[in-house]
Structure formats: C-alpha cells, structure tokens
Ligand binder design. Sequence first.
Ligand code: FE
Length: 213
Amino acid sequence: MPEPPPSDGAASHGAHSELSAIELRVRALETVLAEKGYIEPQAIDRIIEAFETRIGPRNGARVVAKAWADPQFKRRLLENAGAAVNALGGIGPVGVHLLALENTPKRHNLVVCTLCSCYPWDLLGLPPVWYKSAPYRSRAVIDPRGLLADFGLSLAPDVEIRVSDSTAETRLFVLPMRPQGTEGWSEEALARLVTRDSMIGAGLPLSPQEASP
Ligand code: FE
C-alpha cells in the first residue's frame, strides 16, 4: 500500500479554491518532477486509482453498514466517529476530527465545504467533481431543497434539511437511514446499498430492489 497523498485538509482552508490555477500548477509540478525522475506518473495514477475504487467510498459504506447492524457501534460512531472508525481496524487511521451526521425521518443532512472542498477522504475516497464546484457549494446554502431535487431527491416538506459546512479541521459524513426491507441482512450485503452520495447527503442508499441486478 503506497503512502496516501496528503489529505486536502493538510492545506489551509481556501488554498484550493481556484481550481484552474491549482490544476495548472499541479500539472507543471508533476511534469517537472517526472522529467527529473523524482516521481513516476504511473505510481501516482495507482494511488489515485486506489482512492477512487478501493478506499473510497467502500470504507464509508462498511462503516455505515456496521452502524446499521450494530447499535453499540452506531452509538460510538455518533459520539466520536474517528475513534469508532479507528477501533474498527482496516481503515485509516483517521487523523482528522470526523463527525457522523445521522439522518432521521424528520431530518436530512447535507454536507458541503463552502470555502473549498474539504472531504472525508479516508471514508469516501476522492470527492466528486461537483462537490468542489461553486454552484454546489453556493446552492447547498441558498437552496438546499432545490439542489437535492436536482439530484433526484425530493424530500417531504416536513423533513428538515440540515446543511453542515466542513472545515479543514473537521470532516463530515452522513449516516443515512437503513433502507426498509433489509431486516436480517449481513453487513456485507448492507454495505452494497450504501452509495457515496448517500454519505454526502446528496442521495439516498439503494433500496433492495435497486441493488439487485
Ligand atoms: Fe475545504
């Protein structure tokens, strides 16, 4: 397992706001380092691929599924998510302060980073491009209900939408509600219902019907 790239929280809040400028700098830096033989572009690709497909969002799905299946773990997760995840083993260690936000029938949580793109990499892998976009970051605050509708998620009017803003110090993820019809399911089977977007709050977990091929 190669060293993971530094979490974006290592940079100060706002340091990666101007994506196009940063992207140009990263590309220039990568080219120079590769030309000088300090880095191997294929190795970087493999690290990114690991965060995209193996680490995230499956780590998060495993945590959510365990919380659905194990009430004691769920309680520990809501009290201190970092400690609960680290005690689980096989993930992290999660170095940043991690907070789990529980969805209920009356409250839906949505995670955003209004300043830049802080994101729980350890659990969810690489953030989707839209998470870093200015329209998402602003609409999550101005019109979260409309934003969720655009994601195909129409919540009943009596469901409160709580928008939580990530910071460089605290990473947030949503603990979605367990889908109905999953009584007695194993954690492995439950984990297959947990989508990345459901842990950001921009979607819901799959239903058993949606998950079956
Ligand atoms: Fe940020």
